[in-house]
Design a protein around this ligand. Structure first.
Ligand code: URP
Ligand code: ZN
Ligand code: ZN
Ligand code: ZN
Length: 515
């Protein structure tokens, strides 16, 4: 079916609006305010077969089209979560949300796509990718993958190429922390990895904490007898996040390749990103919703089960870091918001009851991100609604090169759409959330703004507080290399080469001893 034909069927303009064939895959969202990252307008949105066909005021359709009234509400692109860990194996436990339960939770919270991290199997990217392909078969929403690099050799280098050229991967993550767990990389590997990423047009991502220093910090806490969850935060202070962020940024500058810093949790890291961006370097900073909505006081809670819920790395920081990170979203130092959703239940967290080193790291957020960010940033007046769309969806789609298929309410885009009622409110509790977790780090939290409808792939999957999700309906979204963050990188290389002066010609001297 051609586009013009679809437009006609949508009933745009004179003489249209008749003869629409009956099918339940047609939706009209009527009377809302459609918000894109750069523009908002009063308009209807017509969807057919999973694709947005028209965005215009007063679209007329025939009776067989399902009409959703969005009067007084915002119609926005579904959220894209750039950072999740579904069904991931941690050294101590496997995270409880799989690709079905985690995605169902996401959809109930207005997120319609996520990008998860493929962990290699014994260093093999191919084996890792295949394992995640299997895990993701039960998907009920669209997803993509980043691939983690944990070791370096010719095979890994070749596999990176294969991932980019044949598997739809355009980003690789490097862990600068977790010493002793077979994932931490040193500067030599980071340099090799960055160079390879650059040659493939793939984005290098870093978990930036100084793993050697964290290891020292952990030893110190254990020596001091601080074995509770607070020891986790005390062992890996913000200065170590700042150091690693600065180092990764400088190495990426040396290689001249773009860098994406995941889960920016501290002022220390944020300021390094600010400095680099100010100098013109291509650095992307991703705070996560836990770092914006929480502070570290929970880690001192006298009830271990409560305190342990908040253990993640880098740790949730002291009050003040959250405010600075929010301001950095307002002023553009940081570009998008993720979750790092990595769900471990209270039984799994209790593995570390006597020793914080054994508490599986990770917090929930895939279901809560959209609501919390709205409440925190929009209700406080810190960002506009268009900014909200950019931070939750559009910028992620641009960085990972899937815009405008994703991240936009435009004709031709995938029909991943949310309807948010700014006059309604949300409440978060483990009793009613859709994750498999028995806890929630946002337990009891209420706020303004409620995502009343989620449409994924043109189907209404969340409405009237009810989920209608089917395993196997989510699609793998391939992501092409050379997103916009690579624009001009080659020119900068050429400029640098041109700026090098010709080698100095020196005559052989007979009196070579100048000392
Ligand atoms: O604590 C965390 N963040 N767990 C997930 C793994 C990671 O470092 O992103
Ligand atoms: Zn017509
Ligand atoms: Zn990480
Ligand atoms: Zn993570």
């Amino acid at each position: 079916q051609s586009n013009s034909n679809q437009f006609c069927e949508a009933g745009i303009g004179d003489g249209c609006g008749t003869g629409i064939s009956s099918s339940n895959s047609k939706l009209l969202i009527k009377g809302g305010t459609v918000v894109n990252a750069h523009y908002q307008q009063a308009a209807d949105v017509y969807v057919e077969d999973g694709i947005i066909v028209a965005v215009n005021p007063n679209i007329r359709v025939s009776d067989d089209v399902t009409v959703i009234d969005a009067t007084g509400k915002y119609v926005m692109p579904g959220g894209i979560d750039p950072h999740t860990h579904l069904e991931t194996d941690n050294p101590f436990a496997e995270s409880v949300d799989d690709f079905f339960s985690g995605q169902a939770a996401a959809l109930a919270g207005g997120t319609t796509m996520h990008i998860d991290f493929v962990m290699p199997v014994n260093g093999s990217l191919t084996a890792g990718f295949e394992a995640y392909e299997k895990k993701a078969k039960k998907s009920c929403m669209d997803y993509g993958f980043h691939v983690v690099i944990t070791k370096w050799d010719e095979t890994v280098s070749k596999e990176m190429e294969l991932m980019v050229k044949e598997k739809g991967i355009n980003s690789f993550k490097f862990f600068m922390a977790y010493k002793g767990f077979d994932v931490m990389v040193n500067d030599e590997l980071l340099l090799e990895g960055f160079k390879k990423c650059k040659s493939l047009g793939a984005l290098a991502m870093v978990h930036a904490e100084n793993g050697d220093a964290v290891y020292e910090g952990i030893k110190k806490m254990i020596e001091l007898g601080i074995t509770g969850p607070e020891g986790h935060a005390l062992s890996r202070p913000a200065v170590l996040e700042g150091e690693a962020t600065a180092r990764a940024i400088r190495l990426a500058d040396f290689v001249n390749t773009p860098l994406y810093v995941v889960h920016v949790m501290s002022i220390d890291a944020m300021e390094e990103i600010a400095k680099a961006r100010k100098s013109g370097q291509r650095v992307i900073g991703e705070p996560v919703i836990s770092g914006l909505a929480l502070d570290d006081s929970w880690l001192w809670h006298p009830d271990f089960d409560i305190a342990a819920k908040y253990v993640m790395s880098p740790p949730i920081r002291k009050k003040g870091h959250d405010e600075a990170l929010k301001a950095a979203l307002t002023n553009g130092i940081l570009q998008l918001v993720g979750t790092d959703h990595c769900a471990f239940n209270s039984t799994q967290k209790a593995l570390g009851i006597d020793d914080f080193r054994k508490i599986p790291n990770g917090v929930n957020g895939i279901e809560e991100r959209m609501h919390l960010l709205w409440d925190i940033m929009i209700e406080s007046g810190q960002i506009s609604v268009t900014d909200y769309v950019r931070l939750t969806s559009t910028e992620c789609a641009r960085i990972f090169n899937i815009y405008p298929r994703k991240g936009a309410i435009l004709p031709g885009s995938d029909a991943d759409i949310i309807i948010l009622n700014p006059n309604s409110s949300f409440e978060i509790t483990a009793k009613s959330h859709h994750s498999r977790l028995d806890t929630n780090v946002y337990e009891g939290r209420r706020g303004k703004g409620k995502i009343e409808v989620t449409i994924a792939g043109g189907k209404v999957v969340w409405e009237n507080n009810e989920l209608k999700v089917v395993p196997g309906t989510g699609r793998y979204i391939e992501m092409a290399p050379y997103s916009y963050v690579f624009d001009g990188i080659d020119k900068k290389d050429a400029f640098y080469l041109n700026s090098l002066q010709a080698p100095v010609k020196r005559a052989k001297s007979s009196t070579s001893n100048n000392f």
